[in-house]
Design a binder for this molecule. Structure first.
Ligand SMILES: *Cc1c(COP(=O)(O)O)cnc(C)c1O
Length: 519
């Protein structure tokens, strides 16, 4: 695909509720009376709908057109590259799609007896084992519903560990590097810890001097991402682990994105005690728009001092176990520790998706996915290196792993066109934008991650687009700042949704505002 030859469809599409009510034939929605007549038992009266629902009757083709039009006004990984650093938008293999979305899995209920879902539980059990192997840990729990939720599960476990060891009054602090994802300090502080930030050195590693002075008696633990969000492998990880363990702290690994090391290096071997992984980033479960995801969290068999319990015994949620005596897989809730942090045991579909991804690639395929992802990043860097306007802060000579963070600061200084404008320019050239303004330690950050499936041609076209944008910024900064012009939606007001009262987040809020009068 050449850049500059692309334009997105625009439809004036009303809401389905705004369509006229036609009760059309022949593809009309099914009549409740016909459904009831076909049932073995009648619907109990309290469950019966009184009167007609206040929605228009629409035909199947009308509804399908509606959603197809909407989808053509959007952009996704099935249309082109989505090199969204850290968030990792992998291609979602159709083999998993087929099994997860069209099978009987969709009809399983979370309260169904274990005996009736043995096949599903066996898959989840196997996934726990595989993840433990991939991460180099001893026990995995599939309970958390997202990466940040996995982190919360992990730091609550750290808290419980110190509490049971009688140390919680002293162990008040969690150390987090300044390159961390924002969810790390948020999780630590939600669990009641004070967050101590340590800076990144010019070589892209954690500043050891600063770390040495931050580690002390009050250190409950350290949260680290490795490779970091800069895509750089922390070279002194074993020394760091030694420092934290020496003062009785635990090491937490943010493995949201394992794409840079999967099959090659394992957090368990680096000295980490707890690690989570996002199946929706590393193992290709679809995500975006808030979910659904899953953030399994894994533990080393570290003993909680003086209790005879291990970390996984005090972790939140449920685990799938195999009961030898019964010959059955069982969902077993952990009752001795943190407790449950969500209603149901697991977010099953993304987990089954991950199971299928791992099974279909196998150990050789997983290693190859890592190799491709890392080669793609470094191929991209080799092409982008000569383009004026962009730099690679922090150790530009060091190879990156799954992602790289460029800075558009030189371009911004020269032309006024900033990282946000570059992102909009990429949208206009048929690409998804990179992650921007993160990590916070890079000015005008453009965080790019191609993943394992992107082709060299697409990476070349992306780099040409970056080059075109820099040229346009010099020739006509106004034009560069007015983009996107070819997309279905132009520049949006980025902060509008965050202003107070823009959104009505719940029915209760709606009613309260209606009572108070005004918006
Ligand atoms: C995405 C991400 C998270 C948070 O994961 P969610 O599933 O979005 O909650 C945490 N850390 C890193 C490094 C991430 O990339």
């Amino acid at each position: 695909m050449e850049s500059g030859e692309w334009r997105q469809q625009v439809w004036r599409e009303p809401l389905l509720l705004e369509y006229p009510d036609r009760r059309p034939e022949p593809y009309a929605s099914i009549e409740p009376a016909a459904v009831e007549a076909s049932m073995e038992k009648p619907v109990p009266p309290p469950l019966k709908r009184r009167g007609k629902p206040n929605i228009p009757g629409l035909s199947e083709p009308e509804i399908i057109r509606h959603y197809t039009r909407l989808s053509s006004m959007s952009y996704g990984v099935d249309q082109g590259p989505v090199p969204l650093g850290s968030c990792t938008m992998k291609y979602n293999p159709r083999i998993a799609f087929k099994h997860v979305f069209t099978g009987r899995l969709r009809r399983v209920h979370p309260l169904q007896p274990d005996e009736t879902v043995q096949g599903l539980l066996e898959m989840l059990y196997q996934l726990q084992e595989w993840l433990a192997h991939i991460l180099g840990m001893d026990t995995c729990i599939l309970h958390p519903a997202a990466g940040a939720h996995g982190e919360l599960a992990g730091v609550l476990t750290i808290r419980k560990y110190h509490e049971l060891a009688g140390q919680l009054s002293v162990k008040r602090e969690i150390i987090v590097p300044d390159s961390a994802h924002g969810t790390n300090p948020a999780s630590a502080s939600m669990a009641g810890f004070r967050v101590v930030e340590v800076p990144t050195g010019p070589d892209g590693n954690v500043d050891m001097e600063a770390l040495r002075s931050a580690v002390g008696e009050s250190t409950a633990g350290l949260m680290l991402t490795n490779p970091s969000t800069l895509g750089l492998f922390e070279e002194r990880i074993e020394e760091i682990a030694g420092l934290v363990h020496k003062v009785g702290g635990l090491l937490y690994y943010d493995g949201a994105n394992l794409n840079g090391i999967m099959g090659y290096a394992r957090p368990g071997d680096m000295g980490f005690d707890i690690a989570h992984v996002n199946v929706h980033k590393t193992f290709s479960s679809p995500h975006g728009g808030g979910g659904p995801g899953a953030g399994p969290v894994c533990f080393k068999d570290v003993e909680v001092p003086g209790t005879g319990l291990r970390l996984s015994d005090i972790a939140p949620g449920a685990r799938v176990v195999y009961d030898e005596r019964e010959g059955l897989y069982r969902v077993r809730w952990n009752t001795r520790g943190v407790g449950r942090i969500r209603m149901w045991a697991f977010n099953t579909l993304p987990l089954v998706w991950a199971y299928i991804y791992i099974l279909s690639l196998g150990s050789v395929g997983l290693r190859r996915a890592t190799e491709r992802a890392v080669i793609n990043t470094n191929y991209f860097l080799s092409l982008v290196r000569g383009i004026e306007g962009y730099t690679l802060p922090y150790a530009p000579g060091r190879p990156r792993k799954h992602e790289a963070v460029l800075s558009a600061k030189p371009l911004e200084r020269e032309t006024g066109v900033n990282a946000e404008d570059v992102a909009k320019g990429l949208l206009d050239r048929g690409f998804y934008a990179p992650t921007i303004y993160f990590p916070l330690i890079v000015d005008e950050a453009l965080m790019v991650e191609f993943t394992e499936t992107e082709t060299p041609e697409n990476i070349q076209a992306y780099v040409r687009a970056l080059e075109e944008i820099a040229a346009e910024a010099r020739a006509s900064p106004e034009k560069a700042k007015s983009r996107p012009l070819n997309t279905s939606v132009g520049r949006v007001d980025q902060v509008y949704a965050n202003r107070p009262r823009t959104l009505t987040p719940s029915w209760r809020v709606y009613l309260r505002r209606a009572r108070e009068g005004g918006g």
